[in-house]
Design a protein around this ligand. Sequence first.
Ligand code: ZN
Length: 496
Amino acid sequence: MIYMYDKEQLEFIKELEIKNALYKSQKKKKRLLLWTIILILILIGSIAYFVFLPNLQLKGEKNITLEYSSSYKEPGYQAYLYGKNITNQVKTKGKINTKRIGSYKIEYTITNGILVNKMVRKIMVVDTKKPNIILKGKEDTYLCPNQKYKEEGFEAKDEYDGILTDKVQIIKKENEIIYTVSDSSKNKVEQKRKLITKDIEKPTITLAGTSPFYLYRGSTYQEPGYQAYDNCEGDITNKVTVSGSVDTSQIGSYAIKYIVKDAAGNQTETQRDIVVRSERNANNSADVKGSIYLTFDDGPGGATKEILDILKEEGVSATFFVTGNGADDLIKREFDEGHTVALHTYTHDYAKVYASIYDYFSDLNKIRDRVERITGHRSNIIRFPGGSSNTVSKHYNLGIMSKLTKDVLNRGYHYFDWNVDSGDAGECAASGSTKCVYENVIKGLSKNKANVVLLHDVKSYTAAALKDIIRYGKEHGYTFLPITEDTKMVTHSVHN
Ligand code: ZN
């Protein structure tokens, strides 16, 4: 069945539809108006905001990374309102502790009373410095063959984290040890210790008994013993080779050498000085009263030949304290004609011989060897340049004469100064007066002592005085003698 409207009903519906359409159109207009008003208000608000809001600008970076412990320097900022600088009204907030790593911020605020402008700067305090590993012992560690490495210790430190020693990781390899550590900021450091299997240490030799080792002439030398030790091999005494010999029939210094080599070829050498000394003590000998010991120093020299001729003619034996100067033949003649050839040092150079004990004996050995080479005999009678009482040696070595006067005796030498000074190297030297030399000697002679007369065979005026000196001595009952090992030493007091 179909429902049908009547005519009246249809008109009513039509009227309703027209009313409805009108209503809808009016609503649409209202809404449009509302939106337009809102838009205008937003526009006005925005313009007002930008005109009245203070302007704020940050200088420098907005995000700053700062190294731990460095200092933060504010890069600056600026604020304006209507073109007017109001930077001094900006308020800042926020603190940075550069001693602690972390993230910090600083807030900058400017206000005109109503509107607030705010900006933020971020600061990161970081630690980019690596820790430090300090190895104890040596970086290059030498090990004996089959020796295991024993940790010598280490220390790890970080500027920020402090001690990190217990965080160190150790990797042991065959030829090296690697130490690594990281700090709390993951900064990592590596340190290496090299391991070298090689014995680089020399063995040691320890001598039993003393050096110098003293013994009397005619006695038997017996090795006092020794021991050799190597860091890798232990006791290697059986590898020591001993060389050198001692002639105990001859007074003098000898050396015994000890050499040892370990398996790696490291060699150690040491020496024992052996001193063979006279069984006679010159200080215990009686002096020969009324004797004259003519002693000639510094030669062989220009007057030696003439002096030897006179001594031969007069049948008198004397003593020559020789140096490295002059002809070998003259020393040979001195010895062959019955005089004593004694030692006065090779160079006679105060600066050299008194530089040190070592230098003195080096020089003395040189003249001793020269005399032995020429005469075939080793002399153990000496005179110090300048005498044992000299003070010139103070310039080169303070106290050296006090030591030398003892040392020479310990080494078997007898040393002689003088008690009659001819003055031929002193007061008579300037004038070169023969008379001066003669008178000084005669004045100094005494029958109550052994007269040791200081003369120099490098002075012709001394040679010229010699005959008269000998004649005076003979006429007054003196006996002329050469110095020997039996002669009682005549010594000065030491002043250095
Ligand atoms: Zn001299």
